[in-house]
Design a protein around this ligand. Structure first.
Ligand SMILES: Nc1ncnc2c1ncn2[C@@H]1O[C@H](COP(=O)(O)OP(=O)(O)OP(=O)(O)O)[C@@H](O)[C@H]1O
Length: 387
């Protein structure tokens, strides 16, 4: 879909920003460009929508040499999201989102309907947020509007330059999750610039690790973590790359244990057969939990159930699971099908977390013979969560 052929960019002052870049991004693939400041990531990205022209080499979009496409026409095929979102302050969220469809000459009602649909898709209720102005939004919400606006005209390609760089780590992780969910629905071809290796690993189908002006390794996240191609890459991904694996390994249904379950309207069972049971409502959605002591009291489950605080949707990362356990001082966390419905699937315990991690390592060890992973530190942290 996007192909670089021996592309170089030299600025007039003699700086070589990128040198002899050749790589290809497949249709529907999300490639993260990661590397230290000044290594040429932004230059690479801006050459795709012709905000910067290469000094030599060629770039193809869907087989077409982009130097032959009118830049304005080209940019209509490419959504662009940057860190300082660049929303128009005097326009509402809905108007901001509808900007490109307007420019394309869509009818006002069609453009607004499309904008509302997109806002919904990025998790902003259009009736609540559509009429607000950018200054009335949080940083994370503004970034979501930026993503919605870039998607509004349904371009096949998205360029994203540190889109979540300006928000705090918790919001950032949330936005990353939402973006992954969104990408699984819209399947755009995405080039995503970041200098955060964890973000690159979490989001990328493949990662391009930049050294100074060139790509040192272009590979799947597990391969970059497991078998860094050069000492530079090994240094960049860090000595704790075994732990980084936590953030790329999702919780799967098969990882979960099935504890005893009671329902809100049940009478107290007295004997749980366990130290605790999960409490569900009439639709089998997660409500909370009941201790063995609670079960011995008089009354209904509803009266003695406690609300569940430590829970996550399936597909969340093992890292999120681990940090949720620590945050709530919990020996296990409940896992639901998705945030909206809350249907209970099972619980993840530290032992199961450890097994899931081993599964991921073993799978890669088969695919990549030289995988080395810091199993000892993984064992230490899962032990810490158990105690
Ligand atoms: N207009 C310009 N004139 C001269 N040099 C430039 C120009 N724009 C960028 N550079 C240089 O080109 C190199 C690559 O810059 P680029 O912005 O692509 O890096 P980056 O990897 O995106 O960095 P960052 O993470 O800090 O945004 C840097 O050394 C930068 O100083």
């Amino acid at each position: 879909m996007i192909r670089f052929e021996h592309v170089a960019k030299r600025y007039p002052d003699g700086t070589t920003a990128v040198d002899d870049l050749s790589f290809e991004v497949a249709e529907g693939e999300l490639v993260t460009l990661v590397g230290p400041s000044g290594c040429g990531k932004t230059t690479t990205m801006k050459m795709v929508n012709r905000l910067i022209e290469p000094s030599s080499g060629r770039i193809f979009l869907d087989g077409e040499d982009i130097s032959t496409i009118d830049p304005v026409q080209l940019r209509r095929r490419i959504g662009y999201v940057i860190q300082q979102v660049g929303l128009f302050p005097h326009k509402t969220v809905l108007e901001n989102t509808a900007t490109v469809p307007h420019l394309l000459g869509w009818q006002r009602s069609k453009a607004r309907a499309r904008a509302a649909e997109l806002l919904d898709l990025v998790g902003l209720d259009p009736t609540t947020y559509g009429g607000r102005y950018p200054e009335q939004l949080s940083g994370g919400q503004r970034q979501r509007v930026g993503v919605a606006r870039a998607l509004a005209a349904d371009p096949p390609v998205l360029l994203m330059d540190e889109p979540f760089g300006a928000v705090d780590p918790v919001v950032r992780e949330h936005l990353q999750n939402e973006f992954l969910r969104l990408q699984s629905q819209v399947r755009k071809t995405v080039l995503f610039v970041t200098h955060d290796i964890e973000e690159a690993v979490r989001l990328g189908d493949r990662i391009a690790v930049y050294g100074q002006g060139r790509i040192e390794q272009f590979d799947a996240p597990a391969a970059v973590l497991g078998t860094p191609a050069t000492p530079y890459v090994a240094d960049f991904v860090g000595a704790d790359r075994g732990l980084k694996r936590l953030s790329v390994t999702p919780i799967e249904e098969g990882d979960l244990e099935q504890p005893p379950v009671v329902h809100l309207d049940d009478t107290l069972p007295r004997e749980l057969g366990s130290r605790w049971a999960v409490v569900l409502d009439g639709d089998d959605n997660l409500h909370g939990w009941l201790s063995a002591e609670g079960a011995l009291r008089k009354g209904s489950v509803r009266e003695h159930a406690r609300r569940m605080e430590a829970w996550l949707p399936v597909g969340a990362s093992l890292k999120q699971a681990f940090s949720t356990m620590l945050q709530h001082d919990a020996g296990w966390i409940a896992v639901i099908d998705k945030e909206e419905t809350g249907r209970f699937l099972g619980v993840l315990t530290p032992a199961r977390l450890h097994e899931a991690l081993r599964r991921s390592i073993d799978a890669d060890a088969q695919a990549i013979p030289r995988t080395e992973v810091d199993l000892e530190s993984i064992a230490t942290i899962t032990e810490a969560a158990k105690s």
